[in-house]
Write a new protein. Structure first.
Length: 173
């Protein structure tokens, strides 16, 4: 496997769908003086998915790297500097084939984008995921990220009901 920088012209706008399995979610519940987070298991493992595209139009100066094997793109990571607050945002990281997860591809991609962020002079790296993406949360925590915030209604007015609350995770550099 090799990690290569992706050319924006070749990939920009190409769509993909990512599927993942989850056994539960992190429930964020309001309390009198804040919020409480607790893990809750689904009755059955649940498949979730989302659609996205490479080099989203909203990214200011995107950089992306792909993990390739025999010319096949196995996964990729994409990030962009947030100049206004000197952070670096990872906008996407994924391994496309479920059977290739837990094989070091994500770790290699994350290490590459963290190096890119550090070289850009950013003070920290941030990313978002959803409370139901327990495998991603575990991976990010393993890579040194911690919960830094959440938005109960980032995607729709029914996010809490769907157990897809946006959480922000960050890592100081």
């Amino acid at each position: 496997m090799e990690i290569l920088k992706l050319e924006q012209k070749a990939y920009a706008g190409q769509k993909f769908t990512l599927h993942y399995m989850t056994n539960g979610y992190y429930d964020i519940v309001r309390t009198d003086f804040g919020f409480q987070i607790e893990y809750k298991q689904f009755d059955n493992p649940t498949e979730m998915s989302f659609e996205d595209c490479f080099f989203g139009e909203w990214l200011e100066e995107p950089v992306a790297f792909g993990a390739f094997e025999s010319g096949q793109l196995l996964g990729y990571v994409e990030g962009t500097p947030e100049r206004w607050n000197n952070r670096y945002r990872i906008s996407n990281i994924c391994v496309f084939d479920n059977t290739r997860r837990h094989c070091g591809i994500g770790t290699a991609l994350m290490s590459t984008i963290l190096r890119e962020a550090k070289e850009s002079g950013a003070r920290m790296v941030v990313l978002e995921t959803q409370t139901c993406n327990e495998n991603a949360i575990a991976f990010y925590r393993k890579m040194g990220f911690e919960l830094i915030g959440f938005d109960l209604y980032a995607y729709s007015n029914s996010d809490p009901k769907r157990h897809e609350i946006r959480i922000e995770m960050g890592k100081k550099l």
